[in-house]
Design a protein around this ligand. Structure first.
Ligand SMILES: *Cc1c(COP(=O)(O)O)cnc(C)c1O
Length: 410
């Protein structure tokens, strides 16, 4: 009774102070309007620029001295924060940067990065190509139409436009048909305002096995690519074909430059390709326990009651969910690490929270930090594992983390 009365008084007082806060626009808690929340308040990504730098260095060591490293930092640096990883990769020896979109390229320029930047996606609108010219970003050309647009834009501005030609050697995505590439290359070289800085193609199966289709298709793509190159006089254009998988697979695929994404972030594209280099994962995913509950046996947990306790249980609610990038497809399949031990996640993963079974972890407390992805003690959870559990790939897991999660560099 007395407890209830106290509660009521407190609720009324809280209500009053909230009204005061709203009506006066003033903060009574000591926080100023501008003050940022602690990024470790709820859930966050830990990003290690040192790991990215070390990975770039390790990859660079696999390359012959004349071969350049392009750090692929599209999709906000595979979720790690594009400018952070671009700077770290450049420190580690990357001399070029690759992005997917125009905006990603502009963001790098605005952040002060001056390296050559290749836009890997196709730009179709004259305004987009004009922005490329303005920001000194290299567009990827797949056809004469785009080449002529670039020539006209450059003509109007009195500047040289640095561009790259892409040819399709067996991916059926961007690029001109490989058979057309020699003719197109020569036509582009006739356009006096264009500087052809690169000729490239993209591998479709380089992460596949070293026998069977992975080998067959990769070799076919390589031979088509080299067939085109052999028909062209040697010019200043960099010739490149390899992604991470191609880079780790065979030095014969390195040509003048390699375009590396996944490996830069510390992950091998497939198990059989990782042996030649030691990579350090650059991302950890952390979240706080916000509530500990003791419940009875036979209690249904989370939406759909997919999990029902089989014993009196201790449940820990963690403040991260699928709106942060922890896929709902992982429900009931993953674990979280705390002080080097693994706690099973139970029930459906919800938009903003998930639940751990902490019955065997009586020392876990509200406010504690758990590791969803990355290292804790001598245990580690990899994006590869998540991808296997959710019919995905590590690339998708990494770039699936939303911007609601602050990136904290460590
Ligand atoms: C994304 C991308 C890469 C990098 O691929 P990884 O497998 O992450 O190394 C390289 N080239 C092109 C054209 C790409 O789109």
């Amino acid at each position: 009774m007395l407890r209830g009365l106290h509660g009521l008084v407190r609720a009324l007082r809280d209500h009053r102070s909230m009204r005061d806060l709203i009506s006066s626009g003033q903060d009574t808690s000591g926080l100023s309007e501008q003050q940022e929340l602690d990024p470790r308040q709820r859930a966050w990504l830990e990003v290690s620029p040192a790991a990215v730098e070390a990975n770039a260095r390790a990859i660079k060591r696999l390359l012959k001295p004349s071969c350049a490293l392009m750090a692929v930092v599209k999709a906000d640096g595979y979720g790690h924060g594009a400018t952070t990883v671009a700077r770290a990769a450049v420190q580690g020896g990357a001399s070029q940067l690759g992005v997917a979109t125009l905006q990603e390229g502009i963001d790098l320029r605005r952040a002060g990065l001056t390296q050559p930047v290749l836009v890997l996606g196709n730009l179709t609108q004259p305004d987009d190509l004009r922005a490329c010219l303005h920001w000194q970003l290299m567009p990827t050309l797949s056809s004469m139409r785009e080449a002529l647009l670039c020539q006209n834009l450059a003509d109007g501005s009195g500047r040289q436009f640095s561009v790259q030609l892409k040819l399709d050697t067996g991916m059926a995505r961007l690029g001109c048909a490989w058979e057309d590439a020699p003719r197109l290359t020569k036509a582009i070289q006739q356009l006096d305002q264009l500087e052809l800085s690169g000729i490239y193609s993209h591998l479709a199966l380089a992460d596949g096995g070293t026998d069977g289709d992975g080998e067959r298709v990769t070799r076919l793509q390589q031979s088509r690519f080299e067939d085109v190159l052999n028909q062209l006089p040697r010019c200043g254009a960099l010739r490149h074909l390899a992604n991470s998988a191609g880079t780790l697979r065979d030095p014969a695929l390195h040509h003048d430059l390699v375009r590396v994404g996944l490996a830069l972030y510390g992950h091998s594209p497939s198990d059989h390709l990782g042996a030649s280099v030691k990579l350090q994962p650059a991302m950890g995913v952390k979240a706080r326990v916000t509530l500990i509950r003791d419940v009875a046996e036979g209690v249904g947990v989370s939406y759909g009651h997919r999990f029902v306790t089989r014993r009196p249980s201790r449940l820990a609610v963690v403040a991260i969910g699928y709106a942060d990038g922890v896929s709902r497809a992982l429900s009931g399949k993953i674990k979280a690490l705390h002080q080097g031990r693994a706690l099973p996640q139970v029930g459906a993963i919800t938009m903003d929270q998930l639940i751990l079974d902490a019955t065997d972890h009586t020392d876990l407390e509200s406010g504690d930090v758990v590791t969803l992805l990355g290292r804790d003690g001598d245990q580690e959870i990899s994006p590869k594992l998540w991808s296997q559990l959710s019919d995905s790939i590590p690339w998708e897991v990494l770039c699936g983390f939303k911007h609601r999660l602050p990136r904290v560099t460590v």
